[in-house]
Design a protein around this ligand. Structure first.
Ligand code: AMP
Length: 283
């Protein structure tokens, strides 16, 4: 596996591979790999000739009071896991190489960034969309793979890819979970033991809402009230930042479940903010 840190070097490497007729897959990450990341890489490996993974803790997607410094890092372990997973190139740029002094260009999709995570993190998706667009330009992939755990991020990336005619297929992959249902996240290591014990209730609550919908409940207000009760009872150490029933593509709030909906939540613990969601199709 090759490790590249310079943007111009990754650009010429990918250009050569593309000219040789290869289909490249890109998996953008912020590192501290877990099974969720590795599942995306394995899937990408099977669908392309060469696999490129970027590892970049993108400062522009963190707000001024967010956990950039707390974000867990272990680049040596990541490089080992990437190599074992069949990654051809690990792109690990420095922040200054991606966003040098005087950097001034942004990519945004504001209509998808009015609710959910964007309320507490108003500049987050601008940072994500911009870095992903830059990675697409630098690596020219035929396909790029993202996790459905970060559903709003995936929606924004699909939108900018379509709107800017970026010639990249976008693939969303299911959330990989711990055996107790907690969605895998690099941030889970920042949970204290009691918080970790309560956190699986995030997913249990979402499954309960899906069951209520399956039994015929369609009123989003009632569904969210039931979810709020579960969280108040089972996650006393977590502060529920939002719970929402939204259209899965446009992300606007839905009052009555008449078709597929996404139920999305964010729960803040002392040192980790966790998100999760479930896609529910009305039977
Ligand atoms: P991150 O390093 O957290 O920015 O995540 C990199 C990619 O992995 C993103 O596309 C995430 O959506 C995806 N991802 C993170 N956690 C999971 C998970 N538990 N299951 C599947 N994909 C995930």
């Amino acid at each position: 596996m090759k490790i590249i840190t310079q943007p111009d070097e990754i650009q010429s490497w990918t250009m050569q591979r593309r000219c040789a007729g290869e289909r490249l897959a890109l998996v953008p990450t912020m590192g501290f790999f877990h099974e969720g990341h590795l599942a995306l890489m394995r899937w990408a490996r099977e669908h392309a000739d060469a696999l490129l993974v970027s590892l970049f803790v993108n400062p522009t997607q963190f707000g001024p009071r967010e956990d950039l410094k707390l974000y867990p890092r272990d680049p040596e372990r990541d490089a080992r896991l990437a190599e074992e997973t069949g990654v051809d190139v690990l792109f690990m740029p420095e922040a200054e190489a991606m966003f040098p002094e005087g950097y001034a260009t942004w990519v945004e999709a504001p209509s998808l960034c009015r609710g959910l995570c964007a309320v507490q993190r108003p500049t987050h998706f601008r940072g994500v969309a911009t870095v992903v667009a830059k990675l697409f330009v630098l690596t020219n992939p035929a396909l790029a793979v993202f996790g459905e755990k970060d559903w709003q991020q995936l929606a924004v990336i699909r939108r900018i890819t379509r709107d800017l005619h970026l010639p990249v297929e976008i693939h969303g992959r299911p959330t990989v979970r711990e055996s107790d249902g907690l969605a895998m996240s690099s941030r889970n290591v920042n949970l204290g033991p009691e918080e970790r014990a309560q956190a699986p209730a995030i997913h249990r609550g979402l499954l309960y809402v899906a069951r209520l919908v399956g039994e015929g409940e369609a009123d989003a207000t009632l569904l969210l009230a039931a979810l709020g009760e579960i969280y108040a009872r089972e996650i006393p150490l977590g502060h529920v930042e939002y719970m929402a029933v939204v259209d899965p593509d446009q992300l606007y709030p839905v009052e009555e479940v008449t078709g597929p909906v996404l139920v999305a939540v964010a729960v803040r613990f002392a040192n980790a903010r966790l998100i999760d969601n479930i896609l529910i199709s009305r039977k």
